[in-house]
Design a protein around this ligand. Structure first.
Ligand SMILES: [Ca+2]
Length: 449
């Protein structure tokens, strides 16, 4: 039994030495009992071992507990992150929605703003168009005023030169033989002896024929158009102008053939009624049936018929007025049936090489006012032959043909615009009706006493 216990202690000792490093030599060599061996084990080590194990267990427990806690925290953290992410996502979604809504609102506001701007621009364009039209009218008005001023300046120059001439004449009167002319001026209106004598001197054939057939009034009347051919075949009577015809008999107003020179005859309308009669018309307009916006050739040679509206031709006017002194009378009628006239002395149209320059003297009488003196000494202009004093083309601007300056105080060859016409392109006489379109116009000449 003792042996058995010894062996057991030894085995136990070896085991323990293996585990805890206990010296078993003494045990092996000792023959003490198991209790003695057990007693022989180091008690301190055992306690330390147990404490160590307990500490380790505690550590392990704490570690596990910590790990468990950490795990729980991690889960909580992850849950928080997930929740936070969801919240963030939702917030971002809301922000994006708000942003989109704001953008949409801004877009709508922009559209409204653009629409308002477009509306404003449209109104501005309308206003600008209106202003432009108004300015255009003002410019036109200013142009007219400028022309009037030019015309007035021309009139004043004419008056000045006339006054100077009169002054010179007055100074020379006591020794001048002009007394005869003064006598003839006071003697008669249009059939005074001076003119007759001049006509006789210039055209003895005509005068002789006229004198020999003065009594044959009916025969002479046949010379009136349209029986011209009959008259010409039945009688050789012809006048050099309407006054000449009037001196041969009591002929009514109407179209006649006149022969200023032996080699030149043409038809004219004779005014045998106005202010003693004997007026040879070179322009006649009364219904707008004839187009007067024509080129140089037509105005040079004439157009229309003497029994209707017509222009006799610059060449013919020159032919008539190149010798002697002539008076010009212009009779006009408005669409309100008012009438007015203007008379100038003397009047002459130059030769073709001067482009039929206008030479007029004083405005001697009238009710229409003087709207022609400003055109004195100007060549004639048509839209295709510009001889005016303006940088542009007056004939085109005024739609007529005239002795344009810069450009016009009268435009009697302008467009026939009818009762509503009231513009610079119409047929007008500025000092009477400004640019109101006229109904009738007659330009007529007669030899001066
Ligand atoms: Ca010009």
């Amino acid at each position: 039994m003792a042996m058995f216990m010894t062996k057991f202690v030894l085995i136990f000792c070896i085991t323990m030495s293996t585990l805890y490093g206990i010296n078993c030599v003494q045990v092996e060599n000792n023959t003490a009992t198991a209790n003695e061996v057990a007693y022989a084990l180091p008690t301190e080590n055992h306690v330390l071992l147990q404490a160590k194990m307990e500490a380790q267990d505690q550590k392990m427990t704490i570690l596990l507990q910590n790990q468990q806690d950490n795990h729980g925290e991690t889960i909580a953290l992850l849950q928080n992150i997930v929740v936070q992410m969801a919240v963030n996502q939702q917030n971002k979604q809301h922000q994006i929605t708000d942003l989109l809504q704001t953008n949409l609102d801004n877009h709508n506001e922009t559209i409204t703003l653009l629409q308002n701007q477009q509306h404003t621009l449209s109104r501005m364009v309308e206003t600008q168009t209106y202003v432009a039209n108004t300015l255009s009218q003002v410019v036109s008005h200013l142009e007219m005023q400028s022309e009037q001023l030019q015309y007035m300046a021309g009139s004043m120059n004419t008056m000045m030169s006339l006054l100077m001439t009169q002054q010179e004449t007055t100074e020379n009167t006591p020794t001048s033989p002009v007394h005869v002319q003064t006598e003839s001026e006071s003697a008669g209106q249009h059939q005074h002896p001076q003119t007759s004598t001049a006509t006789q001197n210039q055209l003895p054939q005509t005068s002789t024929v006229a004198q020999s057939q003065l009594g044959q009034m009916s025969t002479v009347t046949l010379n009136q158009l349209p029986q011209t051919s009959t008259a010409q075949t039945t009688t050789k009577i012809s006048g050099v102008d309407c006054e000449d015809l009037a001196s041969k008999g009591d002929f009514p107003s109407g179209p006649y053939t006149i022969t200023p020179r032996n080699d030149s005859s043409f038809n004219v309308y004779c005014d045998m009624d106005t202010d003693g009669g004997g007026w040879t018309l070179f322009q006649k307009r009364f219904d707008g049936s004839l187009n007067f916006y024509r080129g140089w050739t037509d105005y040079d040679q004439g157009f229309g018929d003497a029994d209707g509206e017509y222009w006799v031709g610059l060449s013919q006017i020159h032919q008539l007025t190149q010798s002697g002194s002539w008076a010009l009378r212009i009779d006009m009628e408005s669409f309100g049936n008012e009438t007015a006239y203007a008379e100038y002395q003397p009047f002459q149209v130059g030769e073709a090489t001067s482009n039929y320059m206008l030479s007029i003297g004083r405005y001697v009488a009238g009710t229409a006012g003087d709207s022609l003196s400003g055109h004195n000494n100007m060549p004639f202009s048509t839209f295709d032959q510009d001889y005016d004093a303006y940088s542009g083309n007056c004939a085109r601007n005024r739609q007529g043909a005239w002795w344009y300056n810069q450009c016009a105080a009268s435009n009697l060859n302008g467009l026939y615009q009818g009762p509503t016409g009231n513009s610079g392109t119409g047929m007008w006489w500025n000092h009477w009706k400004r640019v109101e379109s006229l109904k009738k116009s007659e330009m007529k000449i007669r030899r001066m006493p």
